[in-house]
Each structure stands twice: as structure tokens, then as C-alpha cells.
Design a protein around this ligand. Structure first.
Ligand SMILES: Nc1ncnc2c1ncn2[C@@H]1O[C@H](COP(=O)(O)OP(=O)(O)O)[C@@H](O)[C@H]1O
Ligand SMILES: [Mg+2]
Length: 388
């Protein structure tokens, strides 16, 4: 089964360099590899010193590269759809205001098409490994949670497929205050909906997709890495590796760096203790920036010697339903959180967990619908929700 590994982290921490080093290593091992950048600030072209565009080009033996242009993707596939989605989004109504808000805060529907492109390439089964150099963390998270929000929203609005949509059209306009798209766009929306569902499955399939966090030993980055880890767990994605980049090596012998070494040491320790359950890779701060295959080879040699690096390195589900004596228990992994951060409620069909700006709807399996949530407890980063 081929794999997808997504690298994410704050801007400038070394995502592209780390992702590219993995890609080169995989290609050298003989894996047919693709590196994809979804970051609008593309720089694969710089690092591989080759003109890279919106369709894959070969950069070395076994390695193709691609810089996704989400607008290009959107136009290529779904002519009328972006207009339709946008016309559906910004309208609020009383009952479902919160749902709408969630969708409206999404920064740009366009980004979603980057992920769909990756899915399309995955489905073609050309590559053993697809490495994704993703946009900075905040955007990545919106990107990852969007398919879920969108599917959920579509289900509520168009519960029974196309026939119902047609019947619904005159009604929903009044009931939901939403401009329904014309028939052609509707067809596209349906196709998109199906694809989004598959995309969700693919990105959450722990045998296929891993997410790796790239960080540097610095206060703000450490904080953000912990936050992303928490949210990615909340949405049940598999994070299975952390990279600490730009570490000043011990042999740097210059007083100016003494204090910086101390600071780095502190944050390396903090990252190490925060992510004890994950493999951690350390990358040193080189004296020049990382350019060309030579630069990447240094990272490979110094930090990525582990031959299992492309495997799934951690595989615990962050969302588990369990039978208990009186009913059921739902366990959701939400590391680094406090009890007061949460808001938790039931909608009849879903459990809703609100955490900061994020809202996760976990559908309740049919067998559990007759039970009620009686209590919830947070223990060591695991939220236990009891149904009795
Ligand atoms: N370990 C390192 N040593 C030296 N320069 C680095 C290192 N990691 C990254 N760089 C340089 O820092 C800049 C940002 O790295 P990049 O991989 O593009 O980060 P991101 O993709 O997260 O924005 C680039 O110029 C890169 O060459
Ligand atoms: Mg980059």
C-alpha cells in the first residue's frame, strides 16, 4: 500500500528542507516518490534548482516534484463549483448559525483542491510514496478539518442525495436562506461531496497517511507544535514524528552562541518530554542554507539514517468507542489540554467537542443513540465521554 507523509509546522522552520530530504532519501532507496508542495509560498523549484509547475516533473531518478496551484486545480475540475460554494457559504440563519460560522471562517475553499489533487494522484497508484510539503500549521489545520465540516454540512442540508436535492430546492431557499446552485453546479457539488468523503477516509487512514511536525527549539514554535498536535489528534489524524531543526551543534565554539545553546537545550528538552510517545529527529543548524541535492544529502546523512523512517511510526487510534458495563465510552485523545478548555454537547446524532476555535463533530454510532451522555472526564490528555 502506498503512503502519504505530510510535513507541517510554522513558516520558516524547515518544512520544505525536511520534506525534500525525505523525498530524496526515498528515491535513492528505489521508491517511486512524488514531492508535492501545497504551500502557496512554493520553493521546491529553488531547492531542486529546476522549474517545477502544476503537473509532476522528474527532478532525479525515481523522484517527481509538483507545486500545486489550487486555482488551477479548481478550474480544471469544477468549473461552476467554486461560485456555487461561495454563494452558499456566507449566509447565516438562526438555527444553524454556528455551523455556518465554522464554514465561513474557513480562509479559502481553493486550498481544498490541493488535497483533492493529492488524492487523485494517490488513486492513480503511480507512486510508492507521496511527500507533502504543507502550508504553515494554521492553514494546514483548516485544510484538514474542512472536509469534515463540509461533509457534515452537506449531510444536514442534502440528506438524501440528488433526488431530494431537487425537491428541496424551492423549500430550502426559504428555510435555510441559502442560494442553491443551479443543476450543473449541483452535479459538481455532488461529485465533490463524494470525493471529500473519500479524501477524509484517505487522510485518516493510519496505514496510508502520517503527519509529521517540524519545529525549531524556540518558545513560540514549541507552543504551536503542541497545539497542532492536540488539534490533529482531536480530528483523529495520525501524527507519527517530530523533527527539531536548526540545532546549534556543540562544536560551535563562539561565546555569542553559548546562551543560545542553553535556550535551545531547554526547548529541546521540552519537546522531548512533550512528545515522548513519538520518534524525534534532530537536525543541526548548518552553516549555509539548504540548497540542491547536496544540501539535502547532508540532512539525510546526519539525521535520517533510520531505514524505517517511511513506515507508520505510531499507530494508536485517537478516537475509540468501547463497551462498558452501563453503556459505552468514547475516548478522544486531546493532549496538552485542560478541562476548562472544553465545551462538550450532544446534538442527537453527534457529539460536539469545542476546543478554542475548533469544533469537532463525532457522529454517534447507531447502537449508542439510545444512550445519553452522563459524564466526561479528562485524564492525561484523554477525554473519556460516558454514555449510559
Ligand atoms: N538546518 C538548517 N540549516 C541551515 N539552514 C536551514 C536549515 N533548515 C532550513 N534552513 C534554511 O532556512 C530557510 C527556510 O527553510 P524551509 O525548509 O524553506 O522552511 P519552511 O518550508 O518551513 O518555510 C531556507 O533558506 C533553508 O535553506
Ligand atoms: Mg516551505
Amino acid at each position: 500500500m502506498s503512503r502519504i507523509i505530510i510535513f507541517t509546522g510554522k513558516g520558516g522552520v524547515g518544512k520544505t528542507s525536511t520534506a525534500a530530504a525525505h523525498a530524496v532519501k526515498a528515491a535513492e532507496k528505489g521508491m517511486k516518490t512524488l514531492i508535492v508542495s501545497t504551500d502557496m509560498a512554493h520553493n521546491l523549484s529553488d531547492i531542486f534548482m529546476k522549474d517545477i509547475k502544476e503537473e509532476p516533473v522528474e527532478v532525479i531518478d525515481n523522484l517527481d516534484a509538483l507545486e500545486i496551484d489550487s486555482n488551477y486545480e479548481m478550474n480544471r475540475y469544477y468549473g461552476s463549483i467554486s461560485k456555487a460554494i461561495k454563494s452558499m457559504m456566507p449566509i447565516k440563519n438562526e438555527q444553524d448559525q454556528e455551523t455556518m460560522e465554522d464554514i465561513v471562517v474557513f480562509p479559502g475553499v481553493e486550498e481544498l483542491f490541493s488535497l483533492l489533487k493529492i488524492q487523485e494522484l494517490y488513486d492513480k497508484s503511480i507512486y510508492d510514496l507521496i511527500i507533502v510539503d504543507c502550508a504553515p500549521t494554521g492553514e494546514t489545520l483548516s485544510l484538514l478539518k474542512f472536509p469534515e465540516l463540509f461533509s457534515w454540512y452537506m449531510e444536514k442540508l442534502f440528506p438524501i442525495g440528488k433526488v431530494a436535492m431537487k425537491v428541496l430546492r424551492p423549500v430550502s431557499k426559504a428555510a435555510f436562506k441559502i442560494e442553491l446552485p443551479d443543476a450543473e453546479a449541483m452535479n459538481d457539488i455532488e461529485k465533490l461531496y463524494v470525493k471529500l468523503e473519500q479524501l477524509q477516509k484517505l487522510l485518516k487512514d493510519r496505514r496510508v497517511c502520517s503527519i509529521r511536525l517540524v519545529a525549531i527549539p524556540e518558545k513560540m514554535v514549541v507552543e504551536e507544535s503542541k497545539r497542532s498536535y492536540m488539534y490533529l489528534n482531536l480530528y483523529n489524524f495520525n501524527v507519527d514524528g517530530v523533527y527539531i531543526n536548526r540545532i546549534i551543534s556543540d562544536d560551535v565554539d563562539n561565546n555569542f552562541f553559548d546562551h543560545w545553546k542553553e535556550i535551545q537545550k531547554k526547548y529541546i528538552e521540552e519537546l522531548t518530554s512533550a512528545f515522548t510517545q513519538l520518534p524525534i529527529y534532530k537536525i543541526k543548524w548548518y552553516e549555509t542554507d539548504i540548497n540542491g541535492i547536496d544540501g539535502l544529502e547532508r540532512i539525510i546523512k546526519d539525521s535520517l539514517s533510520n531505514e524505517k523512517i517511511f513506515n507508520v511510526l505510531k499507530n494508536t487510534n485517537s478516537e475509540v468507542f468501547e463497551k462498558t458495563e452501563k453503556g459505552y465510552k468514547l475516548e478522544v485523545h486531546v493532549p496538552f489540554t485542560n478541562r476548562k478548555d472544553f465545551d462538550l454537547y450532544e446534538t442527537g446524532t453527534d457529539i460536539v467537542i469545542k476546543l478554542g476555535n475548533f469544533k469537532r463533530n463525532i457522529p454517534i454510532p447507531n447502537v449508542m443513540r439510545k444512550y445519553l451522555v452522563t459524564s466526561a472526564k479528562l485524564n492525561d490528555g484523554i477525554l473519556n465521554i460516558y454514555f449510559e
